[in-house]
Write a protein that binds this ligand. Structure first.
Ligand SMILES: [Zn+2]
Length: 83
C-alpha cells in the first residue's frame, strides 16, 4: 500500500501519512462528511497524524507551536541609522 501525502497548511510541506493510502483517504472523506470523528475512522493512525485531517497541520508544526520553546528570539532588526 502506498501512503498518501498531505500538504501542511502551515509549513506547506507534503507530509506522508503512515498507514493511510488512497482508499483510506476516501473512507476518511466519506466518514467526515457523515459526521464521523476522525478517531473512529482511523483509530490505528497516531493522533499526531490524525490532526492533519482535522486542522491541516503536520506533527512538526504542532511541535513548533506547542512544543518546547528552545528557539531563540534573538533575531535583531537591522539597525537603521538616520543621518
Ligand atoms: Zn507543517
Amino acid at each position: 500500500m502506498q501512503n498518501i501525502k498531505i500538504t501542511c497548511t502551515c509549513c506547506k510541506k507534503p507530509v506522508e501519512i503512515p498507514g493511510v493510502d488512497a482508499e483510506k483517504l476516501e473512507a476518511i472523506q466519506v466518514g467526515r462528511s457523515m459526521g464521523m470523528s476522525i478517531q473512529s475512522i482511523i483509530p490505528e493512525v497516531s493522533p499526531d497524524y490524525r490532526e492533519i485531517f482535522i486542522s491541516g497541520i503536520c506533527p512538526t508544526c504542532w511541535d513548533n507551536m506547542f512544543g518546547s520553546d528552545e528557539e531563540e528570539e534573538s533575531i535583531k532588526d537591522s539597525t537603521m541609522e538616520l543621518a
